[in-house]
Ligand binder design. Structure first.
Ligand SMILES: C[S@@+](CC[C@H](N)C(=O)[O-])C[C@H]1O[C@@H](n2cnc3c(N)ncnc32)[C@H](O)[C@@H]1O
Length: 387
């Protein structure tokens, strides 16, 4: 398995546990691999602030008798991070690896228990040179810079911004201009936010080699702070993140999708934001919905293409089950299969397992569960024939 994903999965499982439990897990992963993953996570979450003077933070992560040193250097352009002790640090944060694990990966109620030691370094240069006078005169505020840098690292680690903010930050088109999906996602995903979910998105995005890619994968990674994020795209993409893995393949290829789900599943959430061609949407749903965990969610975006001929849609026959919306409408009838007096025989897989459908403008959320609430059969016992 991918090293970062393995480390993330193991550490998420123990992050609510004792120091000993976390230590045993770090032993199993190996301290260098665990530190590599945790620092990648911390860097990813660090808020991108700027400060007027170079401000270097030395982060020392401790485990038994060993340390991992990392530098976060802020200036007027942003932040860069690298392994090793930074040159001329102004502040040192010492944090045991168990506390860093808790801060990043524990459920919300335990995050505040993470302990660290924060010290301004004695060789702090601004106060000992001419800059010190400037600082004291208020032209440069070195203490303010250190505060801002520290907040960016430790504050970023603990907070979870809204999806709307994240869509803008990571350049996903799920909110703004053409689509306004994030409030719907927030509504349906909020109960999962603290869960160690496995989420797969079909369609990574970014159409050019050099263009920024994978905006939504980064958004999901930040939103589901304890989740693993997978992306699939027909073209090769280069998206990296501590809890992101990508695959190349065609959403219209059931064999590929089955193999993928076997490797990365069981999945809690699937989002189809791929080709938006009706046939492809139906193939992916038919393959992946049965492989979704009970209680899972399957989301299909950009349903407007159901009415567009060049995407396999049909504006004249809007109920055609070969179009994405026409097919989804059949699931509404399937939800009520027990009440359908027009049919008999074994219910289909979707009739037995689709338990909810939520339609919004151009997007649908399909919920998976056991659709076996008591139907109208008992009425017949009292001589009522619903036909
Ligand atoms: C709208 S973009 C995805 C945007 C991204 N999900 C976001 O919100 O930032 C659609 C992506 O689907 C990919 N795609 C198109 N046809 C596909 C197929 N048959 N299988 C998998 N991916 C496909 C495209 O290469 C493109 O990157």
């Amino acid at each position: 398995m991918h090293d970062n994903h393995r480390a993330a999965e193991v550490l998420v499982n123990v992050a609510a546990g004792s120091d000993d439990e976390i230590s045993t897990a770090i032993d199993a992963i190996g301290f260098p691999a665990a530190a590599h993953y945790l620092l990648g996570e911390l860097t990813e979450r660090c808020n991108q602030v700027t400060v007027p003077t170079r401000t270097a933070v030395h982060l020392s992560v401790g485990w038994t008798t060993r340390n991992h040193d990392h530098g976060f250097v802020f200036d007027d352009k942003g932040m860069t991070a690298a392994a090793g002790t930074p040159e001329d640090p102004q502040v040192r944060i010492e944090i045991p690896v168990a506390d860093l694990t808790r801060l990043l990966l524990a459920p919300e109620r335990l995050r505040g228990t993470a302990q660290w030691r924060h010290r301004m370094l004695p060789e702090f240069p601004e106060l000992a040179t001419d800059n010190g006078a400037a600082a004291l005169a208020g032209k440069i505020d070195p203490i303010g810079c250190v505060g801002k840098a520290t907040q960016a690292i430790l504050g970023g680690a603990g907070e979870t911004p809204s999806l709307q903010e994240l869509a803008v930050r990571y350049g996903s088109d799920k909110w703004g201009s053409t689509h306004w999906y994030t409030p719907h996602y927030e509504h349906h995903f909020r109960p999962w936010q603290e869960e160690p979910v496995r989420i797969l998105e079909i369609g990574i995005g970014g159409y050019g080699e050099t263009e920024y890619q994978g905006g939504s994968l980064h958004m999901w990674q930040r939103y589901f702070r304890r989740g693993l994020v997978f992306g699939v795209d027909i073209t090769e993409k280069k998206v990296s993140g501590p809890r992101i893995r990508t695959f190349q393949g065609d959403q219209n290829d059931p064999e590929f999708l089955t193999g993928l789900a076997g490797e990365i599943g069981p999945l809690d959430i699937v989002i189809d934001d791929g080709s938006h061609v009706s046939e492809h949407i139906l193939t992916s749903f038919g393959t992946l919905f049965p492989l979704l965990k009970p209680g899972g969610l399957y989301v299909i975006e950009d349903l407007q293409t159901s009415y567009w001929g060049n995407y396999g849609g049909n504006a004249r026959d809007v109920d055609s089950p070969l179009t994405s919306v026409g097919f989804l409408k059949t699931l509404v009838d399937g939800l009520h299969h027990q009440e359908r007096v027009d049919r008999s025989g074994e219910p289909s897989y979707t009739e037995q397992h689709v338990t909810g459908l939520h339609f919004y403008h151009n997007i649908c959320f399909v919920k998976k569960g056991a659709n076996n609430e008591c139907g109208p059969d008992w009425l017949r016992q009292f001589g009522f024939d619903p036909r």
